[in-house]
Design a binder for this molecule. Sequence first.
Ligand SMILES: Cc1cc2nc3c(=O)[nH]c(=O)nc-3n(C[C@H](O)[C@H](O)[C@H](O)COP(=O)(O)OP(=O)(O)OC[C@H]3O[C@@H](n4cnc5c(N)ncnc54)[C@H](O)[C@@H]3O)c2cc1C
Length: 319
Amino acid sequence: MAKVLVIADIKLGVLKSSTAELLSKARAIGAETAVLAIGSDIESLIPDLVNAGSDTQYIADDPGLELFSAGPYASCVVDAANQFNANLIWFGFSESGKAAAPRVAAQLSAACATEITDVEIEGGKIKVTRPAIANKVMQKILVNTEQLVAVVRAGAFEAKEGIKGTQNIVKLAAPEPDLKAVIKELVSDASGEIDLADADVVISVGRGARDQAGVDLVKELASDLKAGFGSSRAMVDGGFMAHNKQVGQTGKIVAPTLYIAIGISGAIQHLAGMNGSKVILAVNKDPEAPIFNVADYGIVGDLFEVVPILREQIKKIKS
Ligand SMILES: Cc1cc2nc3c(=O)[nH]c(=O)nc-3n(C[C@H](O)[C@H](O)[C@H](O)COP(=O)(O)OP(=O)(O)OC[C@H]3O[C@@H](n4cnc5c(N)ncnc54)[C@H](O)[C@@H]3O)c2cc1C
């Protein structure tokens, strides 16, 4: 029987939904499940870890683990993986997951795959699917090692309702501190804007908005909907948006419930960052724009006319 260890994604003391998504997938492939939570003062999260669908909870709780540091974090994962005898070790899609996964794989002499979108067990062997060549193709990989460390692409798996695990807590010893790299402080986005990775709704603006006035118009719609405000690379290169707002192959990968692309053509590199979104709405004046190939809903029109109408309608619905 496969044994899956999911590394809990905890942000500012809150367990993120990706943890339940990964645990649901582990159960769907018939695996035994465990979760590892790393941080400081995190015992209060144990009920959430059980409710997310884990049958064993490894807890690495130490003041030295308050801020993410790849070395000690990887040591905790290796410790839990060895104790659980895990053959699949899954991280959610986060910067910390991407930083720790290869270290864990190296220490365990395991295979490592990033951005996986599916996992199967075939004849006792692990098989994963992941995008390749800028998302142009999906690659199926048969893993030749017994253990695989993987980073799961945002939105790849869905959390099943009504799944509940069982409580079985294993406390881990604090790892050695990493003296080569000491994280002193984490500075969050000073703008105070909603983080794209956390947003349930993301609105992105593209070159169709032309200039700062166009960007500001779309941004107002984003603030009406309390949405994360993102961008295509064209608007970043044009100096209208910061790079941390870029969605796509060389930007952020998002998978919100609703993604609204406004004045964005839908280049393959942009799609690479948002095509896992649950519902996609596109506004573009060109009916042939490739974004409409991935959109669930499309509005063909001039964004300078469409956005004010959308804002007005949203205001009406809200009141
Ligand atoms: C290696 C590499 C990596 C890249 N990484 C990324 C990435 O991470 N993210 C990314 O986004 N791009 C990336 N790109 C760039 C990508 O190829 C496209 O150039 C870019 O996404 C285009 O941005 P856009 O859709 O805003 O602009 P355009 O392609 O110029 O599209 C603008 C769209 O706006 C529409 N439009 C114009 N006026 C209006 C109007 N008034 N109302 C409504 N619609 C209007 C047009 O019909 C058009 O479809 C990358 C490219 C390379 C080579």
